[in-house]
Structure formats: structure tokens, C-alpha cells
Design a protein around this ligand. Structure first.
Ligand code: SF4
Length: 383
């Protein structure tokens, strides 16, 4: 489809000025008061943007405050052990971001004397900083005229311009970035970008956009054509891949056996209960077993402890990357080798831990869910 049919990107400078003016007036009155805004501190912007990836503003706010208390500046973050950083991030999910933030802080301290750089190429060279995040840091913290396109601005732009192609396609992404680049003003870029995001979050929402109260209503192509409820066009995502795993709760004298994963791959460096792959894809690269009869062999492979496995206690599910994982949870008793568990395949540590001490470990989300359940149902471990 030609871009003319897909939407109208060929807008005049007068139209763009009107968009900027309308948004500026609206933002003065309706902009969101978020804890990472207002001070132009690039560290706060970097931290908040890393936290906001795949996460809602409401979920991030308490984490942001706690994290900032623990790591008030880029130096304190750079010098912290990774385990402390992951612990402060625990529960927020998407841990790769925490590692990237930590790595970025180290680069900023080691190569940029502790100052977050203010030019686009250097910022984009930081670990975990892509096009959107660079635009956010440069416009929010330094007021550089850099555009941003994320979920909210993408939706507003697609509607404003009447863009009717799948917004996930590379062509759409490129065209919407171009449009955002032409819209962002030379001065006041940070406020402009934030106003576009806020409009998307509060007025031009995914379902039922509130066009009647929208400051851009008179300028909006989707509204003019009456197609705002049908935009943006988003092609459906493929169904998640099914995975089945088994987590084994091995108990000895009131303590549970846990292992720590090696420093690469999914859940890198996290503690978990010995967990084996049963069926489907194997995103975490776990040792595979053919079925329940082989679970004891799998635990031996992971920990060196010979166990007797009991019947399934419960199941839990979680999503990770493009997978939907069903976990079958079994209790087990140690039979031999329990005095000296040793880390086996893909593990760096194995040890016995009292249930009450599990929460002090850095746990991945499935292990954390399971720990919560154990602490609430200690009687269920006996069989
Ligand atoms: S007029 Fe409606 S569709 Fe257009 S930007 Fe405003 S809320 Fe969104």
C-alpha cells in the first residue's frame, strides 16, 4: 500500500505547529505528575525508562522510589554487586533490563567520568539503550529535539495521521519515527514528547479514545474519517509456545534444596528449585527428562542428591519471552548424598535453605511464586 493510502504523513508546518501548541496547552493542565519527571536528571530518566520496559507506570512507581533510595546515583549503582541490583529489581520482571542498567552504569562511570552523555551516538552505545530510550534520555533530561515512539505515542501518531498499516511492520515503524521526528520541536522537546505519551495514556487510549475531550480532535485524521476505534492496526501475535517443566521440592529436616543457575541464558544467576524440562520448547535450557519416572535422575543430575519423588502437588503457569510454561510441582525426600549437594548441569551452586530464608535469595518469578505458596502452605510439603 502506498503511504498516501496508508495515512497522511505529508502535513504542513502550520499543521505541525498547531499540534505542538494544542498539546503544550493541554499538558500544562493535564500532564501526569510522575516521580521521575521535572528535575531533568538523566540518571532518573535512565532508571525509570529501564523499569518501564514492558511494565506499567503504576507498577514502577514503588520500585523506582526504593531503587533510588538504595542506589541514589550512577556511581552507587555501578559499584554495587549484581546480586544487590537484581534483589532490588525482584518482582519487577524482565531482569535482563536490570543487568543492562547495571552494565550501563559501569560504562558511564568507567568511560564517561560518571556523567550520562548528551549526544545520541554515545547514549545509544550504552548497554540496553535503543532508539526510544535514547530519545527519552536526550529529550527529557537534556531537552534535545529527539523524537520518541513507544506504545502510547505510536497509537496517537497512527490515529492523528490516519495510518492504516500494521504498526508492527518495519515500514510503519520507520514512517512513524519519521513523523515523530518532524513533529518534535527544536525547544521544549522533552515536554512535547511527554505530552504525546500522556495524551496516549489518558485520552487517546487503546480502547474508546476520548475524542470529545482531545486537544487534537480538530487536527486528527482518524477522527475526521471516523476510524479512530479501528486504529492502530496491529497484526495478532503468534500464539505462545507451550512448555512443560517439573519443579522438585526436595525436603530434608525442614530445609529445601535450591540451585543457582549459571551466569548466562534465561534466569541467569537466579536461585530456583531443581527444575527439569518435560515437553515442548526449552527456553531455559533445562535437562530434559522423559516423564515422572525420571525426575529423580534429573534431580541427581542437577544437585548430586539421590531423591525419592512424590506425586504431583500442584501446577503453576508463567509466561516468559514467547513461551507459556506449565510447571508440575512434586515433593521429594532426600535418600542419599544430601550432606554435600553439588551443582550439576548448568548450575553454579546447590544448598539447603530453610523456607523462611528463601526470600533472601534472588529468585526468578516461578521460584518466587512457588516460595510464596510454600510459606503459605507448609503442611503441603509432607507426603
Ligand atoms: S481525536 Fe481521538 S483518535 Fe484523534 S488523537 Fe484525539 S483521542 Fe486520539
Amino acid at each position: 500500500m502506498s503511504s498516501k493510502k496508508a495515512g497522511r504523513l505529508d502535513r504542513s508546518e502550520g499543521w505541525r505547529d498547531s499540534v505542538r501548541e494544542c498539546l503544550a496547552a493541554w499538558y500544562d493542565e493535564h500532564g501526569r505528575d510522575l516521580p521521575w519527571r521535572g528535575e531533568g536528571d538523566p540518571y532518573r530518566v535512565l532508571l525509570s525508562e529501564m523499569m518501564l520496559v514492558q511494565t506499567t507506570v503504576a507498577a514502577v512507581i514503588p520500585y523506582f522510589a526504593r531503587f533510588l533510595e538504595r542506589f541514589p546515583d550512577v556511581q552507587s549503582l555501578a559499584s554495587a554487586p549484581e546480586a544487590d541490583v537484581l534483589k532490588s529489581w525482584e518482582g519487577l520482571g524482565y531482569y535482563r533490563r536490570a543487568r543492562q542498567l547495571h552494565a550501563a552504569a559501569k560504562v558511564i562511570v568507567e568511560r564517561h567520568a560518571g556523567t550520562i552523555p548528551a549526544d545520541v551516538d554515545t547514549v545509544r552505545a550504552l548497554p540496553g539503550v535503543g532508539r526510544y530510550m535514547a530519545g527519552a534520555i536526550l529529550s527529557f533530561a537534556f531537552d534535545r529535539p529527539e523524537p520518541i515512539v513507544e506504545a502510547n505515542t505510536q497509537r496517537v501518531l497512527a490515529r492523528l495521521l490516519g495510518w492504516t498499516e500494521d504498526v508492527r511492520s518495519s515500514r510503519s515503524r520507520e514512517r512513524l519515527w519519521e513523523a515523530a521526528g518532524r513533529l518534535v520541536p527544536e525547544t521544549g522537546a522533552g515536554r512535547f514528547n511527554q505530552s504525546l505519551m500522556d495524551l496516549g495514556a489518558t485520552v487517546c487510549t487503546p480502547k474508546a479514545p476520548a475524542c470529545l475531550i482531545c486537544p487534537l480532535a480538530a487536527l486528527c485524521e482518524a477522527r475526521r474519517q471516523g476510524i479512530q476505534d479501528r486504529l492502530p492496526v496491529v497484526a495478532p501475535k503468534p500464539a505462545p509456545l507451550a512448555v512443560a517443566e517439573a519443579s522438585i521440592l526436595v525436603e530434608r529436616s525442614g530445609e529445601l534444596l535450591v540451585v543457582r543457575r549459571e551466569e548466562s541464558g534465561l534466569w541467569a544467576g537466579f536461585w530456583e528449585f531443581p527444575t527439569l524440562h518435560l515437553e515442548g520448547a526449552n527456553p531455559a535450557g533445562r535437562p530434559a527428562v522423559a516423564g515422572p519416572m525420571d525426575l529423580a535422575d534429573g534431580v541427581m543430575q542437577l544437585t548430586g542428591v539421590h531423591v525419592q519423588v512424590g506425586p504431583e502437588l500442584r501446577t503453576l503457569t508463567y509466561g516468559v519471552t514467547k513461551h507459556r510454561v506449565l510447571v508440575r510441582v512434586h515433593p521429594a525426600r532426600a535418600v542419599s548424598g544430601a550432606d554435600r549437594p553439588r551443582p550439576g548441569s548448568g548450575m553454579t551452586d546447590a544448598r539447603w535453605v530453610a523456607p523462611a530464608d528463601l526470600t533472601a535469595l534472588t529468585l526468578g518469578s516461578p521460584a518466587r511464586k512457588l516460595t510464596r505458596w510454600i510459606l503459605e502452605n507448609p503442611e503441603k510439603l509432607g507426603w
